[in-house]
Design a protein around this ligand. Structure first.
Ligand SMILES: Cc1cc2nc3c(=O)[nH]c(=O)nc-3n(C[C@H](O)[C@H](O)[C@H](O)COP(=O)(O)OP(=O)(O)OC[C@H]3O[C@@H](n4cnc5c(N)ncnc54)[C@H](O)[C@@H]3O)c2cc1C
Length: 249
């Protein structure tokens, strides 16, 4: 059984987001790129399953849609333990175009479980997993918080309103994962970093797919007003501010 983890590269969460070209493009100057946190957790779970001989998982691959500048992020995934990687050589433009490119990787390979994160922490579209399943005509399951594989038999848990749903799934399928899939992301050890240098990143030519969306402009949120400090011995001032300024009482 083979698992493909789709990974997106996103700015580190401490990044001060700025835009360029009339606020139509992200300004990538000085951005520290990381693996999307959901994808790091999916990869961790996939590797845990591979480590467990009774699972029947033989290989864990990763796929990323992005230009050559994304290769350090792919190498991180290989250093964490992925066996090999695919990079579709094109800019990621929107969820539709990304899902279409990933579908070509899946069709050309031999994967039983395809994992996507519930969202990418940059554009937060939550679209790629569902669209990918549609392009492939595979079933998809969203909100997976636990994935178990025993002798090739797949079981997932989904968080549902007020409870948990356990499903046994046929393969192949697209799994869209959320919190709980792994406890902590696996960290690359020195041996993994050395081994990653020898692992293959297979370059995939981009399919001719146009994005469905066009960004008109991004608008940063209004800067937060400065904090007001109130003397703890002066509750009247707090009440006056809540009444007259915040108008909440
Ligand atoms: C500099 C830069 C500028 C960008 N500009 C735009 C833009 O203007 N508009 C825009 O929509 N997108 C843009 N992107 C692409 C964006 O990062 C996403 O890859 C893409 O839009 C899908 O995002 P989403 O929020 O819909 O993904 P989601 O559906 O939220 O992602 C869910 C999951 O899909 C998979 N996934 C998502 N993206 C990829 C990927 N590239 N490769 C492999 N798997 C992936 C991952 O498993 C992820 O956890 C830009 C990226 C970069 C680096």
């Amino acid at each position: 059984m083979n698992i493909l983890v789709c990974i997106s590269q996103v700015p580190d969460t401490t990044t001060k987001v700025k835009f360029t070209d009339n606020n139509t493009r992200l300004d990538t100057t000085g951005i520290q790129w990381v693996i999307n946190p959901w994808d790091e957790l999916s990869l961790t779970r996939a590797l845990e399953l591979k480590d467990d001989a009774s699972s029947g998982v033989a290989k864990v691959s990763v796929a990323l849609v992005g230009p050559v500048s994304t290769e350090p992020t792919i190498r991180k995934a290989l250093a964490i333990g992925a066996d090999d990687a695919y990079r579709v050589d094109t800019e990621a433009l929107d969820a539709y175009q990304v899902a279409a490119q990933l579908a070509e990787v899946v069709k050309a390979g031999s994967f039983d479980i395809i994992l996507c994160g519930i969202e990418s922490s940059d554009y937060n579209g939550s679209n790629v997993g569902g669209m990918l399943a549609e392009f492939l005509n595979y079933p998809s399951v969203s909100g997976i918080s636990h994935l178990e594989v025993q002798d090739g038999q797949v079981q997932v848990n989904r968080e549902i309103d007020g409870g948990r749903e356990m499903l046994v799934l046929p393969t192949p399928f697209v799994g869209i994962v959320q919190k709980g899939i792994a406890r902590e992301p696996r960290i690359a050890a020195m041996r993994g970093i050395m081994m990653a240098r020898k692992k293959t990143i297979q370059l995939v030519d981009a399919a001719r797919v146009e994005p469905l969306t066009r960004t008109l402009a991004y608008e940063p949120p209004q800067p937060r007003p400065a904090c007001k400090f109130i003397d703890p011995d002066n509750p009247e001032q707090l009440i006056a501010l809540l009444q007259n300024e915040a108008k909440v009482i």
